[in-house]
Design a protein around this ligand. Structure first.
Ligand code: CU
Length: 173
């Protein structure tokens, strides 16, 4: 599972780096610009896998923003789901700068955070993340297939360390 996930992420990054700025504007728009023939969009991660709209059991609204005291945050800052649940995340950027919403395990978040710090202009096109400009809204449909403790985060450099993370717990049935 770990190997599959890592290679899927690497493929997404290489593709995004190669395509450059042209990909940046539209990478979150829902259709995702490239085909599924590499299996990348269906890859199971430890946090789960892309879900189907028909399986959605509820919608969770998540707001991303900066606070008056200079922090950056998600509301809510903690999420809990049942194992096997499919969730539609309706994500809004209510801030004044770009933010992103990424679902992963702690190790994946740290790897991704480090990559973003090395390549700040990197745009990724992965099904477990969406990047939004100020005022924009986006959506992720995700199936939490595995129980455990995970994380959601904004990995634009500096944002995680300004508070832009949350705990994501999947458990029970
Ligand atoms: Cu952010």
């Amino acid at each position: 599972m770990r190997l599959i996930r890592t290679s899927a992420f690497a493929a997404g990054c290489v593709l995004a780096l190669g395509a450059g700025a042209a990909l940046a504007a539209g990478s979150h728009s829902g259709g995702h610009g490239h085909d599924n023939s590499d299996g990348h969009h269906d890859a199971m991660m430890s946090v789960g896998k892309p879900g189907k709209a028909a399986d959605v059991s509820r919608t969770i609204e998540v707001t991303m923003k900066e606070s008056d005291d200079g922090r950056m945050l998600f509301e809510p800052s903690r999420l809990e789901f049942k194992t096997g649940e499919t969730i539609r995340f309706a994500i809004a950027n209510a801030g004044e700068i770009d933010h992103e919403f990424v679902l992963d395990d702690q190790k994946g978040v740290m790897e991704h955070k480090e990559l973003m710090e090395r390549f700040p202009d990197m745009e990724h096109d992965d099904p477990n993340s969406v990047r939004l400009a100020p005022g924009e809204t986006g959506e992720i449909i995700w199936t939490f297939a595995n129980g455990g403790s995970f994380e959601f985060a904004c990995l634009i450099p500096g944002h995680y360390d300004s508070g832009m993370r949350g705990d994501l717990v999947v458990g029970g049935r």
